[in-house]
Design a protein. Structure first.
Length: 277
């Protein structure tokens, strides 16, 4: 029986078991997916001994993503560019490989819901400068030639992130975020603002074109105040649940040998779990 897990500190909040256990059952596979709460001081050793613990690979959540990257023997271009790993697997020789599937998850869901989001090559606005913003910037740069504007409550952090990705990204002060929406074809909330228990994202969408797409990486609640405001003015919206589901696909395929499908039934299953919790 093949086994995989999600590693974090804490880890009980992770939705990964809901997704992967659904697929294991759906495809009738002899496998298991478990949770591993690993303190930061033990993470490096845990990753190095993943195979000895009986795992074919793992998902990685906070605060271990950078440690996972450094522990891997081989890291792909996405993990290196994003500077963190969220998916690990062991090859036939026992060597540890790392990737980051967040950019893939976001871009795949975006293309599914809004396939023409970049049709006119209009500017993109990304809000936030943390790990999620870094992954999304990587995905956007790989996918399109549009100009990207970055805004974060701490401008120095946004500037440092923009510099690491090069001249395609420009920074605007947080206080200028509303006006900077003018002419944008896509705006992405890559912060935790709007998440259950957190303050809402404070933004005025008045300057945003009505045919623009509004995306939010937050999936609890499924409809954030940002998405509700965008819907009210008839902008197309992309919620965070699709990113969560699609980013899980590559890991499951690596560990269990089947490329799983993200279906309406899976979405409903995970959404019901989110609602219940």
């Amino acid at each position: 029986m093949k086994r995989a897990c999600v590693i974090g500190w804490p880890v009980a909040h992770s939705r990964s078991p809901v997704i992967h256990r659904y697929w294991l059952k759906f495809y009738g596979l002899d496998g298991a997916y478990e949770l591993e709460a690993v303190p930061p001081e033990e993470a490096g050793s845990f990753f190095k001994n993943l195979g000895k613990r009986g795992y074919a690979g793992a998902n990685v959540t906070l605060p271990h993503k950078e440690t996972a990257l450094s522990a891997a023997t081989h890291a792909d271009q996405a993990a290196k560019a994003i500077g963190a790993a969220n998916t690990l697997w062991l090859d036939d020789s026992g060597l540890l490989h790392a990737t980051n599937t967040d950019a893939y998850g976001f871009m795949t869901h975006l293309a599914e819901v809004a396939p023409d989001w970049n049709k006119a090559g209009r500017p993109v606005m990304v809000l936030g400068a943390g790990g999620a913003a870094r992954a999304i910037l990587h995905g956007l740069i790989q996918a399109a030639g549009a100009k990207i504007t970055l805004a974060n409550r701490t401008t120095t952090r946004a500037s440092a992130l923009a510099q690491s990705f090069g001249p395609r990204i420009s920074v605007v002060a947080w206080e200028e975020r509303n006006g900077a929406l003018a002419g944008c074809g896509l705006v992405v909330n890559a912060t935790s603002l709007g998440m259950t228990g957190r303050p809402p994202l404070s933004i005025d969408l008045s300057a945003l074109p009505l045919d623009a797409t509004v995306a939010d990486i937050v999936y609890s609640p499924l409809e954030t105040p940002l998405l509700a405001a965008a819907k009210a003015r008839r902008n197309r919206v992309v919620d965070g649940l699709g990113m969560l589901l699609h980013q899980a696909v590559p890991g499951f395929e690596r560990w269990f040998g089947v490329r799983p499908a993200v279906t309406p039934e899976l979405r409903a299953h995970v959404a019901a779990h989110l609602e219940a919790s």
